[in-house]
Design a protein around this ligand. Structure first.
Ligand code: TMP
Length: 215
């Protein structure tokens, strides 16, 4: 189904490896925007809709998920995204809402395209088919060294790490590098922030960047 309306709100996506602090910074940015009187919607990928949460469960938690091939993984992430865009994000943007998304299409470019080594052209085509004309106005990458990411996963995983979290250091190094290369190739949309800075310093930098977008 094509998207019929031109969005009027803003879509800001947050990207980065596991444990980069995306959810903390999204919550802080939401507060800043709300204080200015803006409507804000926060969402996450994969998920954010009932269908998307079911897909998330298959990708991330399914005990048989280890058998999943990279192509299937790509389609499942894209399917969850297509649903989220049409059911939640596009309707919110039309009413002028600021949508803050914990991951969006760049996660597929980096995790499936670069880290899983799928060919870039089909990944881009599937990504763009899934989102229609809904692209982020700004993408903030919280960049953390691979060791920090791995240490934070270990700290966070109170029970068994999920299927993605069980990937090795080489995989997460590719993810990190992939984001940095992507950001360099589209500097007009991406802003990279050092995710090892104190939370308050990151919050300030995020807010400064978003203020430029909404000015
Ligand atoms: P999260 O734990 O940050 O919510 O993300 C779930 C996992 O899914 C994380 O390891 C990143 C991964 N992922 C992809 O591999 N491709 C995608 O397109 C998305 C949205 C997430």
């Amino acid at each position: 189904m094509p998207l019929k309306h031109t969005p009027t709100g803003k879509l800001i996506s947050f990207e980065g490896s596991e444990g980069s602090g995306k959810s903390t910074q999204i919550a802080k940015l939401a507060k800043h925007l709300q204080l200015l009187g803006h409507e804000v919607l926060t969402t996450r990928e994969p998920g954010g809709t009932e269908i998307g949460e079911q897909i998330r469960n298959i990708i991330v938690h399914n005990s048989r998920g280890d058998e999943m091939c990279a192509e299937t993984e790509l389609f499942l992430f894209a399917a969850a995204r297509a649903q989220l865009v049409r059911q939640v994000i596009a309707p919110a943007l039309i009413t002028g809402t600021y949508v803050l998304s914990d991951r969006f299409l760049d996660s597929s470019t980096v995790y499936q395209g670069i880290a899983r080594n799928l060919a870039s052209d089909p990944v881009q085509q599937i990504n763009h088919f899934a989102v229609g004309n809904v692209m982020p106005d700004l993408t903030i990458i919280l960049d953390v060294p691979t060791e920090v990411s791995l240490a934070r996963i270990r700290l966070r995983a109170s029970d068994i790490p999920d299927r993605m979290e069980r990937e090795n250091a080489e995989f997460f190094a590719k993810v990190r590098e992939g984001y940095l290369v992507l950001a360099k190739s589209i500097p007009s949309r991406f802003h990279v922030i050092d995710g090892t800075l104190p939370e308050a310093a990151i919050e300030k930098e995020v807010w400064k960047t978003v203020q430029k977008l909404i000015a």
